[in-house]
Write a protein of this length. Structure first.
Length: 320
Protein backbone atom coordinates (compact mmCIF):
# COMPACT_ATOMS: atom_id res chain seq x y z
CA UNK A 1 0.00 0.00 0.00
CA UNK A 2 2.83 2.39 0.83
CA UNK A 3 4.54 1.59 -2.46
CA UNK A 4 1.32 2.27 -4.39
CA UNK A 5 0.85 5.61 -2.62
CA UNK A 6 4.47 6.56 -3.28
CA UNK A 7 4.10 5.61 -6.95
CA UNK A 8 0.96 7.71 -7.33
CA UNK A 9 2.63 10.63 -5.58
CA UNK A 10 5.63 10.38 -7.90
CA UNK A 11 3.32 10.29 -10.91
CA UNK A 12 1.52 13.43 -9.75
CA UNK A 13 4.78 15.28 -9.09
CA UNK A 14 6.07 14.21 -12.53
CA UNK A 15 2.95 15.57 -14.23
CA UNK A 16 3.20 18.87 -12.36
CA UNK A 17 6.91 19.10 -13.15
CA UNK A 18 6.19 18.46 -16.83
CA UNK A 19 3.53 21.20 -16.78
CA UNK A 20 5.99 23.55 -15.08
CA UNK A 21 8.57 22.81 -17.78
CA UNK A 22 5.99 23.59 -20.49
CA UNK A 23 5.13 26.85 -18.72
CA UNK A 24 8.81 27.74 -18.46
CA UNK A 25 9.42 26.98 -22.15
CA UNK A 26 6.39 28.98 -23.23
CA UNK A 27 7.32 31.88 -20.98
CA UNK A 28 10.92 31.83 -22.20
CA UNK A 29 9.82 31.77 -25.83
CA UNK A 30 7.38 34.63 -25.28
CA UNK A 31 9.83 36.73 -23.28
CA UNK A 32 12.54 36.13 -25.89
CA UNK A 33 10.20 37.34 -28.63
CA UNK A 34 9.35 40.41 -26.59
CA UNK A 35 13.01 41.16 -25.91
CA UNK A 36 13.88 40.80 -29.60
CA UNK A 37 10.92 42.97 -30.59
CA UNK A 38 11.97 45.65 -28.09
CA UNK A 39 15.53 45.53 -29.41
CA UNK A 40 14.25 45.97 -32.95
CA UNK A 41 12.01 48.85 -31.84
CA UNK A 42 14.88 50.59 -30.08
CA UNK A 43 17.15 49.99 -33.07
CA UNK A 44 14.59 51.47 -35.49
CA UNK A 45 14.05 54.46 -33.23
CA UNK A 46 17.82 54.99 -32.98
CA UNK A 47 18.21 54.77 -36.77
CA UNK A 48 15.39 57.24 -37.35
CA UNK A 49 16.85 59.63 -34.80
CA UNK A 50 20.38 59.36 -36.23
CA UNK A 51 19.27 59.84 -39.87
CA UNK A 52 17.05 62.79 -38.99
CA UNK A 53 20.01 64.23 -37.10
CA UNK A 54 22.06 63.96 -40.32
CA UNK A 55 19.41 66.03 -42.11
CA UNK A 56 19.38 68.50 -39.23
CA UNK A 57 23.18 68.78 -39.39
CA UNK A 58 23.00 69.51 -43.11
CA UNK A 59 20.38 72.17 -42.48
CA UNK A 60 22.49 73.70 -39.69
CA UNK A 61 25.55 73.67 -41.92
CA UNK A 62 23.52 75.37 -44.65
CA UNK A 63 22.22 78.01 -42.22
CA UNK A 64 25.73 78.60 -40.89
CA UNK A 65 27.05 79.12 -44.44
CA UNK A 66 24.25 81.52 -45.31
CA UNK A 67 24.64 83.45 -42.04
CA UNK A 68 28.35 83.75 -42.67
CA UNK A 69 27.70 84.82 -46.27
CA UNK A 70 25.27 87.53 -45.16
CA UNK A 71 27.15 88.85 -42.13
CA UNK A 72 30.72 87.73 -42.73
CA UNK A 73 30.75 86.87 -39.00
CA UNK A 74 32.74 83.85 -37.81
CA UNK A 75 30.01 83.20 -35.24
CA UNK A 76 27.98 81.41 -37.91
CA UNK A 77 30.88 79.13 -38.75
CA UNK A 78 30.61 77.41 -35.35
CA UNK A 79 27.37 75.49 -36.10
CA UNK A 80 28.73 74.86 -39.58
CA UNK A 81 31.87 73.23 -38.24
CA UNK A 82 29.96 71.29 -35.56
CA UNK A 83 27.60 69.93 -38.20
CA UNK A 84 30.51 68.94 -40.45
CA UNK A 85 32.00 66.95 -37.56
CA UNK A 86 28.65 65.46 -36.44
CA UNK A 87 27.53 64.07 -39.81
CA UNK A 88 30.24 61.33 -40.09
CA UNK A 89 29.57 60.25 -36.50
CA UNK A 90 25.84 59.88 -37.12
CA UNK A 91 26.48 58.01 -40.37
CA UNK A 92 28.83 55.65 -38.53
CA UNK A 93 26.22 55.10 -35.82
CA UNK A 94 23.56 54.28 -38.42
CA UNK A 95 25.84 51.93 -40.32
CA UNK A 96 26.73 50.03 -37.10
CA UNK A 97 23.05 49.14 -36.58
CA UNK A 98 22.34 47.99 -40.14
CA UNK A 99 22.70 44.71 -41.96
CA UNK A 100 25.47 45.03 -44.53
CA UNK A 101 23.30 43.45 -47.24
CA UNK A 102 20.14 45.48 -46.58
CA UNK A 103 18.62 48.20 -48.74
CA UNK A 104 19.02 50.60 -45.84
CA UNK A 105 22.79 50.16 -46.04
CA UNK A 106 22.66 51.23 -49.69
CA UNK A 107 20.62 54.26 -48.71
CA UNK A 108 23.01 55.32 -45.95
CA UNK A 109 25.89 54.95 -48.42
CA UNK A 110 24.03 57.27 -50.79
CA UNK A 111 23.29 59.70 -47.96
CA UNK A 112 26.96 59.75 -46.98
CA UNK A 113 28.10 60.37 -50.55
CA UNK A 114 25.58 63.14 -51.23
CA UNK A 115 26.07 64.72 -47.77
CA UNK A 116 29.81 64.88 -48.40
CA UNK A 117 29.13 66.51 -51.78
CA UNK A 118 26.77 69.00 -50.15
CA UNK A 119 29.31 69.82 -47.42
CA UNK A 120 32.00 70.24 -50.06
CA UNK A 121 29.81 72.76 -51.90
CA UNK A 122 29.12 74.65 -48.67
CA UNK A 123 32.82 74.74 -47.82
CA UNK A 124 33.58 76.21 -51.26
CA UNK A 125 30.91 78.86 -50.71
CA UNK A 126 32.41 79.67 -47.30
CA UNK A 127 35.85 79.98 -48.87
CA UNK A 128 34.46 82.27 -51.56
CA UNK A 129 32.93 84.47 -48.88
CA UNK A 130 36.20 84.55 -46.93
CA UNK A 131 38.06 85.57 -50.09
CA UNK A 132 35.39 88.14 -50.88
CA UNK A 133 34.62 86.47 -54.16
CA UNK A 134 31.21 86.36 -55.82
CA UNK A 135 29.23 83.21 -55.15
CA UNK A 136 29.10 80.60 -57.89
CA UNK A 137 25.49 80.21 -59.00
CA UNK A 138 26.13 76.73 -60.33
CA UNK A 139 27.51 75.65 -56.97
CA UNK A 140 24.41 76.99 -55.23
CA UNK A 141 22.16 75.11 -57.63
CA UNK A 142 24.20 71.93 -57.25
CA UNK A 143 24.06 72.31 -53.47
CA UNK A 144 20.28 72.68 -53.53
CA UNK A 145 20.05 69.60 -55.75
CA UNK A 146 22.26 67.62 -53.39
CA UNK A 147 20.18 68.78 -50.44
CA UNK A 148 16.90 67.82 -52.10
CA UNK A 149 18.28 64.43 -53.12
CA UNK A 150 19.64 63.77 -49.66
CA UNK A 151 16.33 64.81 -48.08
CA UNK A 152 14.44 62.45 -50.36
CA UNK A 153 16.70 59.49 -49.50
CA UNK A 154 16.44 60.30 -45.80
CA UNK A 155 12.65 60.45 -46.08
CA UNK A 156 12.58 57.01 -47.73
CA UNK A 157 14.99 55.72 -45.09
CA UNK A 158 12.79 57.06 -42.28
CA UNK A 159 9.60 55.76 -43.93
CA UNK A 160 11.13 52.28 -44.21
CA UNK A 161 12.19 52.31 -40.57
CA UNK A 162 8.80 53.63 -39.45
CA UNK A 163 7.07 50.79 -41.29
CA UNK A 164 9.51 48.39 -39.71
CA UNK A 165 8.90 50.06 -36.35
CA UNK A 166 5.13 49.69 -36.72
CA UNK A 167 5.62 46.03 -37.63
CA UNK A 168 7.84 45.44 -34.63
CA UNK A 169 5.34 47.19 -32.36
CA UNK A 170 2.63 44.91 -33.73
CA UNK A 171 4.91 41.94 -33.11
CA UNK A 172 5.54 43.21 -29.60
CA UNK A 173 1.81 43.55 -28.94
CA UNK A 174 1.18 40.10 -30.42
CA UNK A 175 4.00 38.62 -28.37
CA UNK A 176 2.62 40.24 -25.22
CA UNK A 177 -0.82 38.86 -26.00
CA UNK A 178 0.66 35.44 -26.72
CA UNK A 179 2.61 35.60 -23.49
CA UNK A 180 -0.53 36.41 -21.52
CA UNK A 181 -2.44 33.68 -23.33
CA UNK A 182 0.32 31.12 -22.77
CA UNK A 183 0.64 31.99 -19.09
CA UNK A 184 -3.13 31.89 -18.65
CA UNK A 185 -3.49 28.63 -20.57
CA UNK A 186 -0.60 26.90 -18.82
CA UNK A 187 -1.80 28.26 -15.49
CA UNK A 188 -5.24 26.77 -16.09
CA UNK A 189 -3.68 23.47 -17.15
CA UNK A 190 -1.54 23.43 -14.00
CA UNK A 191 -4.59 24.27 -11.90
CA UNK A 192 -6.60 21.49 -13.54
CA UNK A 193 -3.76 19.01 -13.09
CA UNK A 194 -3.25 20.02 -9.47
CA UNK A 195 -7.01 19.91 -8.79
CA UNK A 196 -7.35 16.52 -10.47
CA UNK A 197 -4.35 15.19 -8.59
CA UNK A 198 -5.75 16.56 -5.31
CA UNK A 199 -9.18 15.01 -5.95
CA UNK A 200 -7.56 11.71 -6.92
CA UNK A 201 -5.31 11.65 -3.85
CA UNK A 202 -8.17 12.73 -1.57
CA UNK A 203 -10.40 9.97 -2.95
CA UNK A 204 -7.55 7.48 -2.57
CA UNK A 205 -6.94 8.58 1.01
CA UNK A 206 -10.66 8.30 1.84
CA UNK A 207 -10.70 4.82 0.33
CA UNK A 208 -7.68 3.92 2.41
CA UNK A 209 -9.31 5.25 5.57
CA UNK A 210 -12.51 3.37 4.77
CA UNK A 211 -10.54 0.20 4.06
CA UNK A 212 -8.57 0.61 7.28
CA UNK A 213 -11.78 1.06 9.29
CA UNK A 214 -13.29 -1.99 7.60
CA UNK A 215 -10.18 -4.02 8.36
CA UNK A 216 -10.26 -2.88 11.99
CA UNK A 217 -13.95 -3.87 12.22
CA UNK A 218 -13.25 -7.28 10.70
CA UNK A 219 -10.25 -7.71 12.99
CA UNK A 220 -12.47 -6.90 16.00
CA UNK A 221 -15.10 -9.42 14.87
CA UNK A 222 -12.49 -12.10 14.19
CA UNK A 223 -10.92 -11.47 17.60
CA UNK A 224 -14.29 -11.90 19.31
CA UNK A 225 -14.94 -15.11 17.35
CA UNK A 226 -11.51 -16.45 18.27
CA UNK A 227 -12.11 -15.60 21.93
CA UNK A 228 -15.50 -17.36 21.81
CA UNK A 229 -13.86 -20.39 20.20
CA UNK A 230 -11.16 -20.39 22.88
CA UNK A 231 -13.78 -20.24 25.65
CA UNK A 232 -15.72 -23.18 24.19
CA UNK A 233 -12.50 -25.17 23.73
CA UNK A 234 -11.60 -24.41 27.37
CA UNK A 235 -15.05 -25.59 28.57
CA UNK A 236 -14.75 -28.81 26.57
CA UNK A 237 -11.26 -29.34 28.01
CA UNK A 238 -12.71 -28.91 31.52
CA UNK A 239 -15.37 -31.58 30.89
CA UNK A 240 -18.33 -29.50 29.72
CA UNK A 241 -19.04 -31.62 26.64
CA UNK A 242 -22.46 -29.99 26.12
CA UNK A 243 -20.88 -26.62 25.34
CA UNK A 244 -21.44 -25.46 21.75
CA UNK A 245 -20.51 -22.37 19.74
CA UNK A 246 -22.84 -20.65 17.28
CA UNK A 247 -20.99 -19.28 14.23
CA UNK A 248 -22.75 -19.13 10.86
CA UNK A 249 -19.80 -17.65 8.92
CA UNK A 250 -18.57 -19.66 5.94
CA UNK A 251 -14.89 -18.79 6.30
CA UNK A 252 -11.98 -20.77 7.74
CA UNK A 253 -12.80 -19.76 11.30
CA UNK A 254 -16.42 -20.83 10.74
CA UNK A 255 -15.18 -24.23 9.52
CA UNK A 256 -13.03 -24.48 12.64
CA UNK A 257 -16.04 -23.84 14.93
CA UNK A 258 -18.06 -26.47 13.05
CA UNK A 259 -15.23 -28.97 13.54
CA UNK A 260 -15.00 -28.02 17.21
CA UNK A 261 -18.76 -28.54 17.68
CA UNK A 262 -18.56 -31.89 15.90
CA UNK A 263 -15.63 -32.91 18.10
CA UNK A 264 -17.57 -31.89 21.26
CA UNK A 265 -20.63 -33.81 20.05
CA UNK A 266 -18.52 -36.90 19.32
CA UNK A 267 -16.86 -36.71 22.74
CA UNK A 268 -20.23 -36.25 24.41
CA UNK A 269 -21.68 -39.31 22.62
CA UNK A 270 -18.62 -41.38 23.46
CA UNK A 271 -18.75 -40.27 27.09
CA UNK A 272 -22.48 -41.06 27.30
CA UNK A 273 -21.88 -44.54 25.87
CA UNK A 274 -19.07 -45.17 28.35
CA UNK A 275 -21.25 -43.94 31.21
CA UNK A 276 -24.15 -46.10 30.05
CA UNK A 277 -21.92 -49.15 29.79
CA UNK A 278 -20.51 -48.51 33.26
CA UNK A 279 -24.05 -48.18 34.65
CA UNK A 280 -25.04 -51.48 33.06
CA UNK A 281 -21.93 -53.22 34.32
CA UNK A 282 -22.50 -51.92 37.85
CA UNK A 283 -26.15 -53.01 37.73
CA UNK A 284 -25.24 -56.47 36.54
CA UNK A 285 -22.63 -56.79 39.28
CA UNK A 286 -25.15 -55.68 41.94
CA UNK A 287 -27.74 -58.09 40.55
CA UNK A 288 -25.21 -60.97 40.60
CA UNK A 289 -24.36 -60.16 44.18
CA UNK A 290 -28.03 -60.27 45.19
CA UNK A 291 -28.49 -63.66 43.41
CA UNK A 292 -25.44 -65.33 44.92
CA UNK A 293 -25.71 -67.73 47.88
CA UNK A 294 -28.07 -70.58 48.82
CA UNK A 295 -31.44 -68.88 48.96
CA UNK A 296 -35.00 -69.91 48.36
CA UNK A 297 -36.53 -68.79 45.08
CA UNK A 298 -38.82 -66.34 46.86
CA UNK A 299 -35.84 -64.77 48.66
CA UNK A 300 -33.80 -64.64 45.48
CA UNK A 301 -36.62 -63.02 43.60
CA UNK A 302 -37.27 -60.52 46.39
CA UNK A 303 -33.56 -59.62 46.71
CA UNK A 304 -33.14 -59.25 42.92
CA UNK A 305 -36.27 -57.14 42.60
CA UNK A 306 -35.25 -54.91 45.54
CA UNK A 307 -31.79 -54.39 44.01
CA UNK A 308 -33.25 -53.51 40.59
CA UNK A 309 -35.80 -51.11 42.13
CA UNK A 310 -33.16 -49.37 44.20
CA UNK A 311 -30.53 -49.26 41.39
CA UNK A 312 -32.97 -48.03 38.76
CA UNK A 313 -34.56 -45.60 41.20
CA UNK A 314 -38.01 -47.07 40.69
CA UNK A 315 -40.91 -46.87 43.11
CA UNK A 316 -41.89 -50.53 42.91
CA UNK A 317 -41.42 -53.59 40.74
CA UNK A 318 -42.80 -57.05 40.05
CA UNK A 319 -41.97 -60.28 38.25
CA UNK A 320 -44.53 -61.95 36.05
Amino acid sequence: MKKAATRKLNQGITILLFAFILISIGSYWSITNQVNARKNVINSQSLISAVEHILLDLQNAELGQRGFDLTNSDTYLTPFELSVKSIPLNIKSVRANLDSASIQMERIDSIERIANMRIAVLQKLVESTQKIQPLNTQQIQDGNLYMATCRGIIERFVAFEKNKLAEELNNLDASSSQSSTILLFTGLISLLIASGFYIYMRKDMLNRVELEMELKHKDHIITKRIQATQEIASKIANGDLAARITDDKSDELGSLTISLNEMASSLENAFNKVTENEWKQSGIALLNESLSGNKLPEAVSSAALSSLIEYCGCTNGAFY
